[in-house]
Design a binder for this molecule. Structure first.
Ligand code: PHE
Length: 362
């Protein structure tokens, strides 16, 4: 607190700059005291302390600073004193309402229990995990088992045992990434999940009903519909009396479960070295319901997966009797399924991990 009972000389004030600081400090002291006054009694005490006629600070300043001030400071002291007085009078003219400060303090701490809380974002499973799960559940319901296999494969499983000998032109259907090994060409990143057909049949006798979800790799340039790593779900069913009708029925069941009961299926002749006959499975366009739109390129149909009856030649590689057993296989792209189902137009979105994209799928 500035002691207004001492003279300027005693306070060590000798020039205008010091004087200005002195009055600024005083004004601050007053403002602080005014802000702290809670009720009428305290306000009156404040008034007496500062503006009291007999011993208020204004009075003391007049007596102890102004009157004995050296001539060169006198004018400035007078001016500062007048300003301070005007400020005090203006402030003291508006006493706080009884309890106003207390009310304001309580108001600031008030909790409105009716306000909705701040939502905490918990995170979601990646949309691909969700779709993979859904596909698996659909097949589990009709007796398929989920198995998985290695992503690094040998050309034997990826090609040869799938009825594609070395230099078979059909190997070009998959742009293959090879692993660098001492003898080049020994290992590759599987280009599809079909190698697991072979691995499973090598070790198990029919009946076979498996699906194989997993990552596959292709030497493709990334764009809106291509990625060098993506997911597939392979399916394989082999038994003594499996017909093309079973194949068709299972495809139809899956498509209706996954995309909705209104979606129809259609098979179109295709070619894979390990299926005979081969078919591409199409679903009727679920956007335009067959009328023709951008998604189905005006055809009314959307390609969903490659499939077919297992080629008897494949049974030769796993020691099955091709006269006794028959079956079907299919392979679908998981990203493609998700893109179709949720209207996603760029496959790269799955891998960029932009939370604004991922959060949409709760
Ligand atoms: N493996 C094939 C592909 O990736 C798909 C397929 C699987 C076709 C099973 C027929 C039978 O293109």
């Amino acid at each position: 607190m500035t002691d207004t009972r001492k003279s300027l000389a005693e306070l060590g004030i000798v020039d205008a700059v010091q004087l200005e600081a002195l009055f600024a400090a005083l004004r601050e002291e007053f403002d602080r005291a005014a802000a702290e006054a809670r009720d009428g009694t305290e306000w009156e005490a404040l008034r007496v302390a500062w503006a009291g006629r007999k011993a208020g600070k204004l009075r003391q300043i007049t007596e102890n600073w102004l009157k004995p001030a050296p001539p060169e400071l006198k004018r400035a002291v007078g001016q500062h004193l007048n300003e301070l007085r005007a400020h005090l009078e203006a402030t003291l003219a508006k006493p706080p309402q009884a309890g106003a400060a207390a009310v304001a303090a309580a108001e600031a701490e008030r909790v409105d229990l009716s306000l909705p809380g701040i939502e905490r974002y918990l995170g979601v499973r990646h949309i691909l995990s969700q779709v993979l799960d859904e596909i698996q559940q659909i097949f589990l319901r009709i007796g398929f088992t989920v198995v998985d296999g290695p992503e690094i494969e040998t050309p034997y499983y990826n090609f040869e045992a799938l009825n594609m000998p070395a230099d078979h032109p059909a190997r070009d259907m998959w742009d293959t990434l090879y692993v660098e090994t001492p003898r080049p060409g020994e290992l590759l990143l599987r280009t599809h999940t079909s190698p697991m057909q072979i691995r499973w049949m090598e070790e198990h006798q029919p009946p076979v009903r498996i699906i194989v979800p997993g990552k596959v790799y292709r030497h493709d340039n990334p764009d809106a519909t291509h990625a060098f790593a993506f997911y597939q779900v392979e399916g394989l069913a082999v038994d003594t009396d499996i017909t093309f009708c079973d194949f068709r029925g299972v495809m139809d069941y899956f498509v209706k479960e996954f995309f909705g009961p209104k979606v129809k299926t259609r098979l179109q002749p295709s070619y894979f070295p390990f299926t005979e006959p081969s078919a591409d499975v199409y679903g009727s366009c679920f956007v335009c319901e067959g009328a023709g739109c951008r998604l189905c390129k005006q055809s009314g149909w959307i390609e969903l997966c490659g499939a077919g009856m297992v080629d008897p030649a494949v049974y030769g590689f796993v020691g099955y009797d091709a006269k006794k057993f028959s079956g079907f296989a299919f392979g679908m792209g998981v990203e493609r399924m998700a893109m179709l189902k949720y209207g996603i137009n760029d496959i790269q979105l799955f891998f960029q991990n932009d939370v604004r994209f991922l959060r949409q799928f709760r």
